[in-house]
Design a protein around this ligand. Structure first.
Ligand SMILES: C[S@@+](CC[C@H](N)C(=O)[O-])C[C@H]1O[C@@H](n2cnc3c(N)ncnc32)[C@H](O)[C@@H]1O
Length: 329
């Protein structure tokens, strides 16, 4: 069952309700303050999301984008583990629950879910927003600090979305190791920047060392073929802009593209894509140029022309981030 459309609509509705009564100028100012905070001194010793106004601004401004990025990563993961459905989920640094919404949108049905975060106002608002989604009403919103002492209860899936960025190197390592010790599958998402990619590669290494296999985006669990410092592996998810977005960012574009890096890994056997499209395909007259990361552990450009018939039609439809060749229908 495809539950994703209704989940993203439910989320948008809940976020719109959240800003009801908050003067648009005040919401925009709160977002500006948060952006400044996030650009500043992270990691921090205390939560950045301090009160309801901070959290409402964060949720309205960022949740649709983090939801789409995580959902995109989870879809690639689900394709690599056909038939697998998480029987339980822990969302670490889950904040207002974007990744929890994305897991609910990827796999229908009920499962025990716990969202862990140190910011009580984020948890409280997450609970409030989740009320709009019947699948999320039993989620446990629990205060926890990520650090050397973090131990997670055993579960099928751990998600860590847009969190590593806020942690010291030691806490990042402790979190990934705790996730690996507790879960059958771990999905980590970070901003699609060179630094975000570097944190993903570091986490990927720890997961492989802990016995995990990489399910997505990589076609293999060997070393990433990107020479450090020359490029970064990232993808893009399209997000429609809310009126708050337009107000903060200006312009009238109806959407924006959220760039993200991710890794999805499992303890059980996985069937990763044989290659993945790692740049926006270039469509030329009679041919499509695809930049691929392949199972042979290298990056290469392939040209698919009209001569390739069915494959050419598939290449014209291929998107950045897709598996290549496309799986049989
Ligand atoms: C950018 S937000 C991302 C929230 C959510 N995962 C998402 O994708 O929208 C980062 C979250 O990590 C939490 N966080 C940061 N450092 C933490 C720590 N040391 N312990 C627990 N939570 C932490 C913050 O409170 C915040 O909710």
């Amino acid at each position: 069952m495809n539950v994703s459309v209704s989940a993203s609509e439910l989320l948008r509705g809940a976020l719109t309700d959240l800003l009801d009564g908050l003067p648009p100028k005040q919401a925009a100012q709160a977002v500006d303050r948060l952006i400044a905070n996030y650009r500043g001194a992270t990691p921090t010793d205390a939560p950045i999301l301090r009160d309801r106004a901070d959290v409402a601004a964060y949720a309205a401004y960022r949740m649709p984008a983090t939801f789409e990025a995580v959902r995109s990563a989870l879809e690639a993961f689900a394709d690599a583990v056909p038939g697998w459905v998480p029987g339980g989920h822990v969302d670490v640094g889950g904040g207002t629950g974007a990744a929890t919404w994305a897991v609910g949108a990827t796999w229908s049905g009920q499962r025990p879910v716990t969202v862990l975060d140190w910011a009580e106002p984020a948890l409280a608002l997450g609970r409030e927003i989740a009320d709009a989604n019947p699948a999320l009403r039993d989620v446990r919103w629990q205060r926890a600090r990520i650090g050397a002492a973090l131990a997670l209860d055993a579960t099928d899936l751990v998600t860590v979305s847009y969190v590593l960025n806020e942690l010291s190197a030691a806490d990042r390592a402790a979190l990934v190791d705790a996730a690996a010790a507790a879960a059958q599958a771990v999905v980590i998402v970070e901003p699609g920047t060179p630094d975000g990619y570097a944190r993903i590669i570091e986490a990927r290494g720890r997961l492989v060392a802990a016995g995990f296999r990489i399910a997505a985006p990589c076609p293999h669990s060997a070393a990433c073929p990107i020479v450090p410092g020359t490029d970064w592996c990232h993808f893009s998810a399209r997000v429609s802009r809310s009126s708050l977005h337009r107000q903060v960012k200006g312009g009238s574009l109806a959407y924006e593209d959220e760039k993200f890096s991710y890794v999805a890994a499992a303890r059980f056997p996985v069937a990763p894509a044989s290659a993945r499209v790692v740049r926006r395909p270039q469509i030329r007259k009679g041919q499509v140029l695809l930049d691929l990361c392949g199972a042979e552990e290298r990056l290469e450009r392939t040209t698919v022309t009209k001569r390739h018939g069915e494959l050419y039609r598939a290449a014209r439809d291929a998107d950045w981030g897709d598996a290549w060749p496309p799986p049989a229908p």
